[in-house]
Design a protein around this ligand. Structure first.
Ligand SMILES: [Fe+2]
Length: 196
């Protein structure tokens, strides 16, 4: 708020440290209280830990539907959010699952169409990684396919990601891949970005 940010984007994994779902739900309600009290617009993508505890409807039911990501425009640019909490089979993670290294974005054709329909620069936000330099077990099974779609679209400027706790940055074929360090290791690991 002091920095006069217009929008807070949470890159996922806000849950999964508690022994019961009820405690996780209590934590989610507390997060919702903090977000609601800030009066800042915010969007929150789901991480693998979130999807291993709650379905998307349960997650946004607790947090608040207004925090469910959707494509938005800022200063002539588009902010696009991808949910990669899918197994390579195309099935979404569900409560009780735990295999975080099997991660996949199943809507490649839709992504291609979406990007070609957008005018202006595009900034992508997702929990898991497609940075070619990040450890493969943190990356989507189809990371190279998704990178190719983003590169061919010609309008994607940057991809912001979480999931890989140390964080990393790579610029490759015209797109910067920025992985923010995990806040469970450094609670100040956030970044203020300017969308031109
Ligand atoms: Fe994660």
């Amino acid at each position: 708020m002091q920095e006069k940010c217009e929008l807070v984007i949470i890159l996922g994994d806000v849950t999964d440290t508690e022994p019961t779902r009820e405690l996780e739900a209590q934590n989610m309600r507390q997060i919702a209280q903090v977000l609601n009290a800030s009066e800042l617009e915010a969007l929150c993508v789901m991480g693998n830990h979130d999807a291993f505890v709650f379905t998307p409807d349960e997650f946004y039911g607790l947090l608040g539907e207004k925090y469910r990501p959707r494509t938005i425009q800022r200063n002539g640019a588009n902010l696009l959010f991808l949910d990669a909490c899918y197994f390579h089979t195309g099935i979404h993670y569900a409560p009780g699952d735990s295999e975080w290294t099997d991660t996949f974005y199943p809507y490649a054709d839709d992504l291609k169409n979406t990007l070609s329909a957008l005018t202006g620069d595009v900034y992508v936000f997702m929990h898991q990684n497609i940075d070619p330099e990040v450890r493969a077990d943190h990356c989507l099974c189809n990371a190279s396919q998704i990178r190719g779609i983003l590169e061919n679209a010609g309008n994607v400027k940057a991809v912001y990601q979480g999931h890989y706790h140390p964080g990393h940055e790579t610029c490759c074929n015209g797109i910067c891949y920025i992985t923010l360090p995990a806040m469970c290791q450094n609670e100040n690991a956030c970044r203020i970005i300017q969308i031109p």
